[in-house]
Ligand binder design. Structure first.
Ligand SMILES: [Zn+2]
Ligand SMILES: [Zn+2]
Length: 172
């Protein structure tokens, strides 16, 4: 399951994440310094692995990958580090209907919403100005000023709907 999701995400990526990881590490570095917190090599490994995986990374998948690289890194350290990254604005936590906590890289990324396949778990990002505007208008008509929003559309993706994808995925 996790591998399949990762494979899908890989297609949607434009780079191997090394450049982004470096940018994130230097941002994290100065953020930690401002707060008088110490640098840690384990944290670097987690950040590099996270960016290397790309897409919307489930925390347990990240834990497994990090620990396969360095077994000394504890589960708690991975969770703590990801919370830290979210605090510092490098990663955004996501919680879709399956209840798993995922993180996606946030540096240099615009707001977007998500389509989630209930068949294979594929996650597709989209942006639509009209929807954005419409949401603000609806909120305003109810006297709200929108600060943020999350829009998640659930359904079956083209691959799952074609059936042929389902049998291929079942074998992998
Ligand atoms: Zn699907
Ligand atoms: Zn996303």
């Amino acid at each position: 399951m996790a591998t399949r999701r990762r494979a899908v995400q890989e297609e949607e990526r434009t780079s191997d994440g090394k450049v982004e990881a470096q940018a994130a590490l230097s941002r994290l570095g100065s953020w930690l310094e401002e707060r008088g917190l110490k640098h840690s090599r384990q944290r670097d490994v987690i950040v590099e692995t996270f960016y290397g995986m790309g897409g919307h990374v489930p925390v347990d998948g990240l834990v497994a990958r990090v620990r396969s690289l360095d077994a000394r890194v504890s589960v708690a350290t991975v969770y703590r580090t990801m919370k830290l990254l979210a605090e510092c604005g490098i990663a955004v936590p996501r919680r879709f209907d399956d209840g798993q906590t995922r993180y996606e890289p946030a540096t240099g990324r615009a707001h977007h919403d998500h389509l989630i396949c209930t068949g294979c778990g594929r996650i597709v990002e989209f942006e639509n100005e009209k929807i954005e505007e419409l949401q603000k208008r609806v909120a305003r008509s109810h006297g709200f000023d929108v600060e943020s929003h999350k829009l998640e559309l659930y359904g079956r993706c083209d691959r799952c709907r074609s059936g042929e994808a389902g049998s291929r995925e079942a074998r992998s």
